[in-house]
Structure formats: structure tokens, C-alpha cells
Design a protein around this ligand. Sequence first.
Ligand code: PSU
Ligand code: MN
Length: 302
Amino acid sequence: MEQYLSYSQEVLEAKEKGLPIVALESTIISHGMPYPQNVQTAREVEQIIRDGGAVPATIALIDGKIKIGLSDEELEMFGNAQGVAKTSRRDIGYLLATKKIGATTVAATMICAELAGIELFVTGGIGGVHRGAETTMDISADLEELAITNVAVVCAGAKSILDIGLTLEYLETKGVPVIGYGTDKLPAFYARESEFDVNIRVDSAEETAAILRAKWDLGLRGGALIANPIPAEDAMESSVIDAIIDNALREAKEQGIAGKNVTPFLLGKVKELTEGKSLDANIALVKHNARVGAKIAVELNK
Ligand code: PSU
Ligand code: MN
């Protein structure tokens, strides 16, 4: 297995010294945000994690290897290059064997983080059960990964391009803890709250780490979702964002967008229709998640 893993110097040293490490995904860079804000955000998020006393490990597939920790040039390439494959669980073997460049989704990043011995992963939003999934069967592989892979994911909840209620039902069925970080309601990404209750509320990193440790000590397989609301000053009005998401969903349907292209299409449309306001919110919430994620990683490492 080790032949497929390639660590950056920073992550290698962190492993040797037993420092807390936080995994980061690369699909958010290649397919979740436009250039150059994607690369700038990726760098700032890494720095926030360092300032929080942990070591960042951005994960991607390059030249037949799973890279754990990217160089500055590699971050730039993922932000700017054409034809970077959006890589989920099903794609990993193919991309490694053909030495193609792959940006890892939440699912693929969890797999690679577990292989590298990293327990905590910070991102913006996860995939979920899409609206209309009762006919399209569009359910993100991220949810199945949370069921089986032992990595906790800090996110800002689920955005309403998804069916939030069905996403929570799916996670409940699969036994995935949904932890509200300082909130009783599942956050809705751009907004601080949805109408749905979380499974557990926590108010500190210590408490979060204790829950994760007890679960894993018992051999209870799978991850956990730690849902951290966007800071109030960066949040968007639910009515505004919901109307825009409805428009984006209609366009996706009209254009017959399907499969792995659905989420990137919707994210791009939402950004266009909010004239970039959604991008500012997205950047702010990812940074906030990095702050919280670093704290939890430090506690988990104690
Ligand atoms: N949600 C976001 N930004 C993102 C994604 C989701 O707000 O960048 C990306 C993540 O990489 C996630 C993936 O794992 O989209 C889910 O894609 P799909 O719905 O096709 O599983
Ligand atoms: Mn899908």
C-alpha cells in the first residue's frame, strides 16, 4: 500500500513527530471554486490550520501516487489546469494506474486520509441526497464513505442544492453521527440554520474529540459529520439563496446535466446568479471550518 502514498516533507515530519494533521480535499480547488480565489483560499486555509497548531495535508492524485500534502506549485496546478479529473471512490484505481491527475472529492479524500493515518478532514460542503433523488437516484458517494471510513469531516452542513432532510435520513440509516458544533440545527451552508435538528450538539473541541475517540475505540466503523455554522457576518439570507438555487436546479434539468457534473454545475450557477456573493460566503465558511478543525485535531491527538 505504501508504494501508492507520497508525503510532502511537512506532513512526513508531522507524522514522525506525532503532530496533529488535518486532511484537505482538492475537488473544492479544481471544481468547487474559480481561479484564482480557489488557490488563494487553499493556501490561506493551510495557514489557518498551521496557526491552530496542526499540520495541513491537502490530498490529490498525481503521477500514479496519492499525494498527502501538496507543494505550492501543485496547489497552483490544481487551481488552474484544465482536465483535472473529479475523483471519487470509483475512480481512484483507474487514475493511479493511468498516472492521470485527480482532484479528490470528500469520499476519495476520506479514503486517502485513512490510508495515511489522518483522522480529521476539513472542507466546505459534502455531497448528499439530491433533490429529486427518488427518481434520479442521485446520492453522493460521500455519504456511503461516511458510513464505512474512519475519518471525521468538518463542514458547514448541507446546502439546499441537496435534499437536506433525506441526506440526514440516509446518514441516520448508515449510523453516521451528525454533530452540530455550537448548534442544535443542521447548518445549511450559506445560512446558519436549516429546519432540521442535528443528532448531537457539542460546544467544544474537547467534547467532539471525546465522542470520536469513544466511537473508534469501540471499533464502530465509519466517520462523523461535524457541522459548523457559517459565521453570522458572512451568512446569506435563506430566501435569497433558495430562490437562486431553485433557478440553478431548473437550468440543470433543462440542460440534462447528470452524474458527476451535477454538483459542479450547480455550484457554478449559484456563484454566477449571486454575482460572487456565494463565493465570498463559501470562502469564509471554509476558513472558519479550518479554525475549528485544527482545534479538534489538536484534541484528538492528546
Ligand atoms: N459541495 C461544495 N463544494 C464542493 C463540493 C461539494 O459546496 O466542492 C464537492 C466535494 O468535493 C464533494 C463533491 O465531495 O463535490 C460531491 O460531488 P457529488 O455530489 O458528485 O458526489
Ligand atoms: Mn451525484
